[in-house]
Design a binder for this molecule. Structure first.
Ligand code: FES
Ligand code: FE2
Length: 344
């Protein structure tokens, strides 16, 4: 399955930038293989987003600018107000009416958790509630927003796949000598999947500082939560001291083969600014290990569960395939084997 084969994925919200990175300068971004533009009509207004194509002669609106609260197209100077409607056509007689279709192709944009989110379809719900990230007892730390040459379902599949930690992260936090997972049960509620599983992780000298743990090896439970098909929340609970390191991973499909990966965390131990930087540095190393691996994985994600081999330890990622299969089936777009073969 490729992202473009599941139109229902367009009905969710996805981060496209940090809030502070979108100002009155129009900024290009790509989602679901289509070029878009984001901008603010003024420095203190909300973010707007639209298809990056002028309705007049298809110029890139992201090459334009904002003047008097309007987005100005760089080709013939048409001006679009904050609703996206054209309000001025410089070459035309101002007495003539402006065509009703002179409107940018707006998409929904909003902000939450320090991020700009967009929805390019009819949204099923709002920007997801992310629990601890709204809790004043927790400190939110933004860690990374990078383009990965991997497909978005592969990225979230990796987040749900706890048994990879011992191997992919063997040089950082994983313990290849302790690969066994505790038994666990996967719960499914519509598109949401949750489970809790315990395992051992290595604690190097930096992690001892970051986690406040003295042992070289410690037990950890991941309470995983597939919040949306491409948004993951995982509470990493350390048995030794009860620390909760909550990971949020979002995978915005740039196209079928590349993803804007965003990760931020929430911690219940009130880290100092210096500690926050050291915590984020370790998480960036861990994610760079996932990135290398995932960029080598076929972007075509099998949702037909007989395609791959599954074990009892893979129950969560097996369920993820069922979630995506149910979304694909909603649109009647489950690809045939032949359609998959085209993309190899
Ligand atoms: S293409 Fe935008 S004003 Fe002509
Ligand atoms: Fe990983």
């Amino acid at each position: 399955m490729l992202v473009s084969e599941v139109p229902a994925l367009r009905e969710f919200w996805y981060p496209i930038a940090y809030s502070g990175d979108i100002g009155t300068e129009p900024t290009a971004f790509r989602i679901f293989g289509e070029d878009h533009v984001a901008w603010r009509p003024s420095t203190d207004s909300g973010v707007r987003a639209a298809v990056d194509e002028c309705p007049h002669r298809s110029a890139r609106l992201s090459q334009g600018w904002v003047a008097d609260g309007c987005l100005v197209c760089p080709y013939h100077g048409w001006r679009f107000d904050s609703s996206g409607a054209c309000v001025e056509i410089p070459a035309a007689d101002p007495e003539l009416p402006i065509p009703a279709r002179a409107h940018v192709g707006s998409v929904l944009a909003d902000e939450r958790y320090g991020l700009v989110w967009v929805c390019v379809g009819s949204p099923r719900a709002g920007i997801p509630d992310l629990g601890e990230a709204d809790d004043p007892e927790f400190t939110v730390i933004h860690e990374m927003m990078d383009v990965w040459q991997a497909s978005a379902p592969r990225v979230i599949d990796n987040a749900l796949d706890v048994s990879h930690v011992a191997w992919v992260h063997r040089d950082s936090v994983g313990s290849a000598a302790n690969p066994r997972l505790s038994d666990f049960t996967v719960a499914r509620d519509d598109l949401r999947v949750t489970f809790s599983v315990s395992y051992m992780v290595s604690v190097n000298e930096q992690q001892k500082k970051n986690l406040g743990i003295e042992s070289d090896l410690t037990g950890r439970t991941t309470h995983a939560d597939l919040v949306q098909p491409l948004v993951f929340r995982g509470v990493l609970e350390y048995h030794e001291n009860g620390l909760r390191h909550v990971l949020y991973k979002t995978a915005t499909p740039i196209d079928d083969r590349s993803t804007l990966f965003c990760q931020f965390i929430a911690r219940n131990d009130a880290p100092t600014a210096e500690q926050r930087e050291e915590i984020a540095a370790v998480d960036r190393v861990v994610q760079s290990e996932d990135k290398v691996l995932l960029e080598g994985v076929n972007p075509n994600f099998p949702i037909e569960v007989t395609t791959e081999v599954h074990t009892k330890a893979d129950r969560m990622t097996l369920e993820y395939r069922r979630v995506l299969a149910s979304l694909a089936a909603e649109a009647g777009a489950v690809p045939s084997d032949r359609a998959w073969a085209r993309h190899f």
